[in-house]
Design a protein around this ligand. Sequence first.
Ligand code: ZN
Length: 134
Amino acid sequence: MLEKIDHLGVAVKNLDAVLAFYTEKLMLACDGEEIVPEQKVRVAFLPIGTTTIELLESTAPDGPVAKFIDQKGEGIHHVAIRVANIEEALASLKAKGVRLIDEKPRIGAHGAKIAFIHPKESNGVLIELCEKCK
Ligand code: ZN
């Protein structure tokens, strides 16, 4: 059911400044940026091997990433796991009594269907399930 680590989401205050470290020092290539209005974030994608680092900058002071940084500071925000069928994955977890932030998928970057598991279930790690549309 769980296929791979699709991406790591990293919360940053200033995307352009942080991007320079990843591209100029770590020599990763940025393969695009996207604004995801539903999540109030601007995202930059840095593929690495079969996974991707996603840098997340909040576009609003009340966005989830801004709130995360207020509480915990910058750093790893979530681990995203690719699933083949997100509705099935959510139904299966719900049946096992797992607390979910999203009982129904919403739309994330690249039009993927995403849903978050409550971080209390995984000892503080925010896990995102994502199903790619392609
Ligand atoms: Zn994500």
